[in-house]
Design a protein around this ligand. Sequence first.
Ligand SMILES: NC(=O)c1ccc[n+]([C@@H]2O[C@H](COP(=O)([O-])OP(=O)(O)OC[C@H]3O[C@@H](n4cnc5c(N)ncnc54)[C@H](O)[C@@H]3O)[C@@H](O)[C@H]2O)c1
Length: 337
Amino acid sequence: MKVCVIGTGRMGRRHIDAAKGLGFDVVGIFDPFKEAMELAVTGNSIPKENCYSDAVEMLNKLKPEGVVIASTAPSHAEHVIAAAKAGVKYIMCEKPMAVSMEECDQMISACKESVSVLGINHQMRFMDQYTEVKALCNTPDFGGILSVNVTSANFGLAMNGCHYFEMFRFITDEEISSVQFWADEQKVPNPRGPQYVDHSGQLRALTKSGKRLYIELGGDQGHGVQVVYGCKFGQIYVDELAGYMRAISRKSEFRDLPTTRYGMPADETIKKITPADVIGPTQSLWKAMLEKHNYPDGAAGRHALAALVAANVSGENQGSLTNIDLQLPHQRVFLWA
Ligand SMILES: NC(=O)c1ccc[n+]([C@@H]2O[C@H](COP(=O)([O-])OP(=O)(O)OC[C@H]3O[C@@H](n4cnc5c(N)ncnc54)[C@H](O)[C@@H]3O)[C@@H](O)[C@H]2O)c1
């Protein structure tokens, strides 16, 4: 398949590796920052003549079947819509999907009109860290997921929090209906430039049936991401960066006892699990898009973005409960990267 990559910064160059690894032909790249394209030429062996100075011209001339949008978020909508108009069949766009909900809707409708497959690179459902946990939660031994507790470091609400909204939706098979966020006073510096604004703090999200997601993303914390999945009969603990999992559930003969009978005999499993990675899961997302089956589409990206908007609104109102509904500011633009 002939593909183009728009935005060849750190993630764009990983996309080039992912595409090449799948046997795609990277026929064109575009980035307004010349040094970024030069790095792709030297680091990813892209021929110099495949570099373009105009994205639309590149798409119209090369007519690729696939495009990756790996620029920073403010230009995601512009490039997705241009790719759809140029008739590109498969469009993979980085997260966060856009910088406003209105842009998400415009992207979805442009792709619908051109019958383009739009995938948002929330890779969670292709990672063992989540697929194995989801399968385990749904076994009779664990009895179903009720809560997800993420203790992370200063990883940014928009930068990484939005991935966990999609992860929670994937694990619970339910959409987030409301969010509360208590923002730290100090903003999170974004490695992509001082023009971008992100937040640290503490977050709680709920689904309609009462499943809950908590994220500790305090700006005063250092390295690490640990997640505890709370189920009816046990807990699953994952150290995402180290690739370690511990699952413990009450033995079946004690399951009907009240939850207050702590320390009942339990079954425990400890195992290594594939640590967080970007390239492999991104390739899986491409394969799913090509099969047009089970990939995070525009609606999934939009849902994560709506939760992000709700969290920002809540953070501005001292953690007020903010519903994901039509009251959310639709046109408001956020300075995410
Ligand atoms: N899915 C993931 O796991 C994952 C991981 C890292 C980054 N990302 C996302 O990927 C995107 C890029 O992140 P990054 O780390 O590569 O940032 P980066 O700053 O290294 O690269 C971004 C590139 O986009 C280019 N760019 C800026 N404006 C542009 C425009 N109008 N058109 C085309 N290119 C433009 C910049 O010149 C830069 O080279 C971000 O949206 C980020 O959130 C996703």
